[in-house]
Design a protein around this ligand. Structure first.
Ligand code: FEO
Length: 392
């Protein structure tokens, strides 16, 4: 994408990856993504904040060439993951005087991941500053959003925070200042990347709130000229608050588990509980992850197959476990032909789940009258639990 001016001497020079559809070979990218790199011109020195994924390095060079600069003094590496750092070796080759500015932990990771020689680094600590001439960069450690080495760079005179992944969103858009449509891409990004670390998110949020920030310029997606909107959204997502919502995520081979899922869905709706309903054969896991930010209850449904659980059910349970959601209640609905194993395996997969597991419902074959009674009982249990924690 073309260079975009943010303020005098401060430019977006990053890359849009419009047609990327998967991140980490795992996370769906329905809207593509961007790797936001920023060029800062001081009176004496020039700095580049984060680079781009190496697959898009040409876009970064095209943008840098527009400035006709023959020297970059500092490449600030806020985060070692290669979608931001992968362009650093290319920059060091083109601008041989450049030094990589980062913290000790990130330096070690960049040496491991990208084989950058140690003498190329300038190591900075918490609060340390680098002067560019009329523009001062200050560094703050913001660990575990979502790697342990992440830091944020604050441009003091212009009150701009560059927090890398923190406050990012996976979206490729030329409207990088669009404050109207940020919410869903930012929430999806938070759910997929940040949500397992919500304690750290809260701590880091408090830290950056103490700064006088007028613009938040993350290294993915939208740039915020009204930082409050994304800070408030993060405060809510990272809180322990849940809503009167239940997720039913199921897979069914011969419609038995599906019938149970449908019945439970309607029973919950009748009781005034909002339901997110996912057939795991077609579900975008980002959508499922987003609902885990708010829902008070998670119901997983899967049949027994191959003497265990259907693999899609196991995948959903593994994912939910890894995301460590604040969900307060969980349960299982399963069906089986001759030997029931699914509920046992599912429970074993939810080892990180700190809430209460409500009594599962298991049907032998297609659900029958007693199974539907059990599903009504489960719906009542969920209703009562939601009431106990004040959701009604
Ligand atoms: Fe956008 Fe953790 O890299």
């Amino acid at each position: 994408m073309a260079v975009k001016k943010i303020k005098e001497g401060i430019y977006f020079v990053g890359a849009l990856h419009w047609d990327r559809r998967l991140f980490d070979e795992l996370i769906p990218l329905p809207d593509g993504t961007s790797y936001n790199s920023y060029l800062i011109h001081g009176e004496n020195k020039t700095a580049l904040i984060d680079t781009v994924d190496p697959t898009t390095i040409d876009q970064l060079f095209v943008n840098l060439k527009k400035f006709k600069i023959n020297k970059i003094d500092y490449v600030i590496a806020n985060h070692a993951e290669q979608d931001h750092s992968g362009g650093i070796p290319f920059i060091l080759k083109e601008y041989s005087e450049a030094k990589v500015v980062t913290n000790e932990k990130c330096k070690d990771m960049l040496m491991d991941l990208l084989l950058i020689p140690e003498d190329k680094f300038i190591v900075v600590k918490e609060n340390e500053k680098i002067e560019l001439g009329g523009k001062t960069l200050q560094f703050f450690m913001i660990p575990w959003v979502h790697w342990p080495e992440t830091m944020a760079t604050y441009l003091i005179e212009d009150k701009i925070l560059f927090p890398c992944d923190f406050f990012g969103s996976h979206i490729a858009t030329s409207a990088i200042f669009d404050q109207e449509h940020f919410y869903i891409p930012a929430k999806r990004y938070y759910a997929e990347i940040m949500s397992p670390f919500r304690n750290n998110v809260r701590n880091n949020l408090e830290k950056v709130k103490k700064l006088d920030v007028e613009i938040i310029a993350p290294s993915h997606g939208i740039i915020y000229k009204n930082p409050k909107v994304i800070m408030d959204a993060y405060a809510e997502w990272a809180s322990e608050n849940v809503k009167n919502e239940a997720i039913i995520a199921f897979v069914s081979m011969h419609d038995s588990t599906k019938k149970m899922a449908e019945y439970l869905r309607e029973a919950l709706v009748e009781r005034g509980i909002n339901v997110h309903y996912f057939n795991l054969t077609v579900t975008d896991i980002g959508e499922l992850a987003m609902t885990l930010i708010d829902a008070a209850t998670l119901i997983l449904g899967a049949p027994t197959v191959l003497a265990g659980i259907h693999p899609l059910g196991a995948y959903a349970a593994y994912l939910a476990n890894a995301l460590r959601p604040k969900t307060k209640f969980a349960s299982l609905i399963t069906s089986y032909g001759w030997g029931e194993k699914a509920s046992e395996v599912l429970k074993g997969l939810l080892i990180n789940f700190k809430g209460e597991i409500l009594q599962p419902v298991t049907a032998k074959g297609f659900p029958k009258e007693n199974d539907f009674k059990q599903l009504d009982r489960l719906a009542d249990d969920i209703y009562n639990k939601h009431k106990e924690i004040g959701l009604f």
